[in-house]
Design a protein. Structure first.
Length: 518
């Protein structure tokens, strides 16, 4: 099958007036459809349970994005039976046919790009640039995984055959039914990547998206339907994690679980999945991405403007609501004051406002629970260090929190150790590069990290000794690109599954060796 080489999807240039107008038109179109009701989708059938959950705009919590029917155990069991039955046929569909559905979905998403991005602006609170990048990444996942399945299914060079004696094959086959549990912070990109990786590998899935972004997830279902995906391959079952989340994780017919979310939930899923249930004839596979406490280290001979730019972009992009976000900065004592001043000056210029306005740099945090948690951490920060900017919060209309900088924090402080998942960055001072690396590695996480330095030996040491799954030298620690920086972390950041990399699809399949003796 001849296809064009993989290239990343370019971002929209919003400096052009015509692109601004297109985005505003998309926002207007999405606003015109607010308040609708959305059913479950099981086997292509729309199911209404009567249990409705309202999805709100986090920038204006009085504005309802939509009402979504919620699945219970009965609906989850029905979805499981449909997925098991559909697996019998979908698993036999050729990899090239599965890949073509992903390529078609990517083409449709390009045409409807601004509508999907505008929906993320309203339902997830993403500013234009962040939402556009989310949609571009979703397109990248579709294109990349489509190509990966074609590459993996080539059988001519995996194993050796013995001339005139035997022919050996090694092929990858699907696992079965997967439980896909997705987050709200990349409500299209990560959901698309997790779900289509499982599907293009020949599996069927039960999709349980985050309750914060269920309308976006429903629109993804419409996208895949339009692309030609057969009914029953993806079954959309939004519902409470404590009810149907646990049910599908523990179900004896669930073959694998793919999860992105918090450390605590990830550990719970890992533990529950490890228990073999009555009637279960396999060990469940868990693919987990669980968060981080990510550092940017600034060396004494670094480009300090580059360092300040990287810190502000990594710490406050999408209000710090990224598992890759820089939530702590480790600065050499010789440049500490200068870097802090540069970071504060840049942060002062950020505009915190409604993300539907192009001029907004930082929108709200996702909901009341996140708002209250982050406020608590700001109070802790005031006790553990000195807040030199921000610290204020206002939820009268939306869940808005100022970008907050706390300095002179000790390496073992709570704000240096615990994932806050909000616009709060802690800064500490170190005496040399050795101490900087020691502090950088002193958390239970190991997701992303950056070194800003012009010292070649220090950069090489970081390659070896900075223990994170995604290490960046002289750039920010957010923004991994599909196919270029496979994404996933060490330790309590998860199973280092490396989404958007050459090994990811293999996690959704199992190898089968076949020998025919002549």
């Amino acid at each position: 099958m001849a296809i064009y080489p993989y290239q990343t999807e370019p971002l929209t240039d919003f400096s052009k007036a015509e692109n601004q107008e297109k985005y505003r038109q998309a926002l207007e179109k999405v606003r015109g459809s607010l308040g609708q009701t959305y059913p479950l989708i099981i086997g292509g059938k729309k199911v209404e349970t009567g249990k409705l959950l309202a999805s709100h705009n986090p920038a204006n919590h009085k504005e309802v994005i939509g009402y979504i029917h919620q699945a219970g155990v009965n609906e989850a069991e029905e979805a499981m039976q449909v997925a098991l039955e559909t697996f019998k046929t979908w698993s036999k569909v050729s990899p090239s046919a599965r890949a073509d559905i992903l390529f078609k979905a990517a083409a449709i998403l390009r045409r409807k790009r601004h509508e999907y991005s505008a929906l993320m602006t309203l339902e997830a609170g993403k500013p234009w640039i962040e939402a556009d990048a989310d949609t571009a990444e979703a397109i990248d996942f579709l294109e990349y995984y489509g190509r990966q399945i074609l590459e993996l299914q080539r059988i001519d060079d995996k194993v050796q055959s013995r001339k005139n004696l035997e022919r050996n094959e090694y092929r990858y086959i699907p696992l079965g039914v997967g439980a896909i549990i997705t987050p709200w912070n990349f409500p299209l990109a990560i959901l698309t990547g997790m779900t289509t990786a499982a599907v293009v590998s020949g599996n069927t899935v039960l999709l349980k998206p985050s309750s914060n972004t269920l309308v976006i997830a429903y629109k993804f279902m419409e996208l895949m339907k339009e692309a030609g995906l057969p009914d029953g391959v993806i079954n959309y079952i939004p519902g409470r994690g404590s009810e149907i989340g646990n049910f599908i994780v523990e179900h004896p017919k669930t073959r694998f679980i793919s999860f992105t979310g918090s450390k605590d939930v990830g550990i719970e899923i890992y533990e529950k999945a490890s228990k073999v249930q009555p009637g279960q004839i396999w060990l469940k596979r868990v693919i987990a991405e669980m968060g981080g406490k990510d550092s940017i280290v600034v060396d004494n001979d670094a480009d300090l403007d580059l360092a300040a730019d990287a810190i502000v972009a990594s710490a406050f992009g999408f209000s710090g609501q990224k598992c890759s976000a820089c939530s702590r900065v480790i600065i050499h004592q010789e440049v500490y004051d200068e870097v802090v001043n540069k970071v504060v000056e840049r942060t002062k210029k950020l505009k915190v406002d409604d993300p539907s306005e192009l001029s907004t740099n930082m929108g709200p945090v996702i909901d009341a629970s996140a708002f209250n948690k982050i406020k608590e951490y700001i109070e802790i920060a005031k006790m553990e260090g000195k807040v030199v900017f921000g610290g204020n919060a206002d939820d009268s209309k939306g869940y808005f929190i100022e970008p907050t900088i706390v300095i002179d924090v000790k390496p073992d402080a709570r704000v240096m150790q615990e994932e806050i998942f909000g616009p709060v960055v802690a800064i500490c001072k170190v005496k040399d590069f050795d101490e900087a690396l020691e502090v950088a590695n002193n958390t239970e996480y190991g997701l992303t990290g950056s070194i800003i330095s012009n010292n070649r030996l220090h950069l090489e040491r970081a390659r070896e000794d900075f223990h994170v799954g995604n290490l960046y030298l002289n750039r920010k620690c957010t923004g991994a690109i599909v196919g270029y920086q496979p994404f996933g972390g060490f330790n309590m950041s998860g199973t280092d599954s490396k989404a958007g990399g050459p090994d990811y699809l293999i996690l959704h399949m199992q190898g089968k060796a076949i020998c025919e003796q002549y």
